[in-house]
Design a protein around this ligand. Sequence first.
Ligand SMILES: [Zn+2]
Length: 295
Amino acid sequence: MRNLKKAKTNPIDFLQQIVSSKKGDNKTRMERLHPQMIDRFREYNDKAGSNSLHTLQVQWSYDSKAKESDGYFLYIQYDNSEAKIADLRARIIDSNDGKITLTCPICGRQDATDLDHYIPRQILPEFSIHPYNLIPTCHRCNNKKGTLWLGSGNRLIFNAYYDAVTDEELFDVNVAIQDGLPVINLTLKAFDAPVKPATRIALSTIEKLELLPIFQEETNKNLKEEIMRIKVLAKRHADIDSIKGSYSDMAEEQENINDLKKILFNAIAHDPTLNKWIEQNIFLCQVNSNSENKQ
Ligand SMILES: [Zn+2]
């Protein structure tokens, strides 16, 4: 999990632009709701900044069958403001190094093709077009999140704009040899309550969005690539200690303690099971094939 920067857009101005872009009956209705929405947007900004989004109360309720209600009208403004939302997405990308694609801040694996409504618009429909409530994520994370938001009054899911990234280790790492190949198993560490808020929300996000198998798959895919790389290095007569040293350095460079690459590089540098496997299956083979070539 990592943080994203918000678009350099004032939410009240963004709302004003959306209201101005409406026509006919939609415009009349939006203008009627506009003053209350300004208050609500201000409330969102204040509460997001003071880590109390969870205390927002329902003002307009949404019901998919009540198509005439204000709640329904506000809910569909996200779909009915396509051009403004596309502009917002471009501004978010600008704020985050201007990369054409962003990687999902939650799983870190897939492109952030979606804008997730952090507070689901089914629950607080007026924030369907609040720019700070729209966070780029991949389709899988967005889909898995659905209408998840609060549990026992606490937020359940990591907010890439506002939540701190935890500095506590989340995973236990175990290397096993399966069918002659090394496999990294990740499990969540058992924490004694109470844990830091950033750790609590990271654990809850991993559990609710079923991320552990995704992380595990990603780590093992990366492990296969690194093994190929080590084989190439071994052919060029690099020795195992210098390779372990370079993986140790690469692990150091990753700042986030729970970065999957950091975990993998550390395992290659230090895990005894993995070290033994690499030595026996890459380096000893290499020595044998070199000596065969000389004969
Ligand atoms: Zn994702």
